[in-house]
Design a protein around this ligand. Structure first.
Ligand SMILES: NC(=O)N[C@@H](CC(=O)O)C(=O)O
Ligand SMILES: [Zn+2]
Ligand SMILES: [Zn+2]
Length: 428
């Protein structure tokens, strides 16, 4: 079936231009101006005044199924991604049971295939049950369809385990994607250790707990040649370690989350679990270093770390509530409003970090509006202000610190392989 998207604003060589996109058989058949085509009645989409973006690519989401379906499911989490303009997502393996064997990976992929509203790839764990020192069957997991290896939720504590895992992953040409956190340096903290944690009387997490493990891993990555990707970088010192590693030619890439770019520990004025996540919000100096890291290419991509939890869990004190906030449905609008509208980033840079580069880093067939590419698109309204409202979320999680924000960049339509996935005609 053919569809024609008329008169959308598309990025061409970094600038917005009015373009048409002809879709056939789930792919972009033609991309150009004033396209004329015979398409069935009702299959012309008027995108006048809308920004037509390549579908966004999120390298870091938590969908909680199997095991914690009160927090999220593959269906609700992937619909939330679609609502945010994402058309490809990479699901972390901290589900129960974790995809740590080929059989469990096959079951996970079957579930993703059945219920995923967008394209999905799936991380396998590095170690059995995402802890300890027993490496998974990496070759078997790759053969079963794993995207990359990650113990996200926890760091790999033993250097030897990380070293052996990286060696095996390198031999398989697979990436190791690290939640970097040295458990001996976290002191049971619940927020960034600094002036604010002291003032609030809450136990702090020193940011060296992240930096020390990244420094260790950079050395191991240099020794093994593996593609080492660092999750949710949060501190100035970690950015500096990665900058130096890149300059030395180490095969390291990294991501930053929207919340670490948008917020700092100064946002935390009281015990509020909506601002509790791991790694914690850093200092304002850390936030500025993350922005500088993106702008100078040290940080490659923006990934949400969408981490849904129940309302009851997040209504608790920071001392008790689980770490994590949602992100899929707020990332584009928040970043567009705070960084592009203010002139700090260009729209082309933002789309580069949210769609183009995530696909490039991991060789995904996504992130480009070119002829022959999958027809994965997001249509955003960049001019009509709206308020972020939890009632609009398709995620089961409402644990977002951005609820109530006035923003621009509402998702009007998300298209995956030529089909509408947001808004859905019927959500069953
Ligand atoms: N980021 C978080 O605070 N929480 C994540 C785990 C993780 O990404 O480390 C979660 O699964 O809830
Ligand atoms: Zn993590
Ligand atoms: Zn995570």
């Amino acid at each position: 079936m053919k569809r024609l998207i008329k008169n959308g604003q598309c990025l061409v060589d970094g600038h917005l231009q009015v373009q048409d996109i002809l879709i056939a058989d789930g792919k972009i058949e033609k991309f150009g101006q004033h396209l004329a085509a015979n398409v069935p009645v009702g299959q012309i989409i008027d995108a006048q005044g809308l920004f037509v973006s390549p579908g966004l690519v999120d390298l870091h989401v938590h969908l909680r199924e199997p095991g914690q379906t009160d927090k999220e499911t593959v269906k609700t989490g992937s619909l939330a991604a679609a609502h945010g303009g994402y058309t490809t997502i990479a699901a972390m393996p901290n589900v129960i049971p974790a995809p740590d064997t080929p059989k469990r990976m096959q079951d996970m992929l079957a579930l993703n295939q059945r219920d995923g509203a967008v394209h999905m790839v799936q991380y396998a764990t590095i170690t059995t049950d995402r802890g300890g020192d027993e490496l998974v069957d990496m070759a078997g997991l790759k053969a079963a369809g794993a995207f990359a290896f990650s113990n996200d939720g926890n760091g790999v504590q033993t250097a030897c385990t990380m070293y052996q895992g990286m060696k095996q992953a390198a031999a398989l040409n697979m990436a190791v994607v690290a939640h970097a956190e040295d458990d001996s340096l976290t002191y049971g903290g619940v927020m960034h250790e600094g002036g604010v944690s002291k003032r609030l009387g809450l136990p702090g997490i020193p940011s060296v707990s992240e930096t020390a493990q990244v420094a260790r891993d950079v050395a191991l990555a240099a020794a093994t040649g593996v593609h080492y990707h660092v999750c949710h970088v949060s501190s100035a010192a970690t950015v500096q370690v990665i900058r130096a590693a890149k300059a030395a030619g180490v095969n390291v890439t990294c991501e930053v989350s929207p919340h670490h770019l948008l917020l700092s520990d100064e946002t935390i004025t009281s015990d509020n679990a909506m601002l509790k996540m791991n790694p914690p919000l850093g200092s304002e100096r850390d936030r500025q270093a993350l922005i500088a890291g993106l702008l100078d290419g040290t940080i490659d991509v923006i990934a949400t770390d969408h981490a849904p939890h129940t309302d009851a869990e997040k209504a608790q004190s920071m001392l008790k509530a689980p770490f994590g906030i949602t992100g899929s449905e707020t990332a584009f609008a928040m970043l567009y409003t705070r960084f592009v509208k203010t002139g700090l980033f260009s729209l082309a840079q933002l789309i580069n970090w949210m769609a183009v580069q995530p696909a490039v880093l991991f060789g995904l067939n996504a992130g480009q509006l070119t002829e022959g590419a999958p027809a994965d698109l997001a249509l955003f309204d960049l001019t009509t202000p709206f308020t972020i409202n939890a009632n609009d979320f398709l995620s089961k999680g409402h644990n977002s610190p951005f609820i109530g924000e006035q923003v621009l960049g509402k998702t009007v339509r998300t298209i995956v392989s030529g089909q509408d996935v947001y808004p859905l005609r019927d959500i069953n």
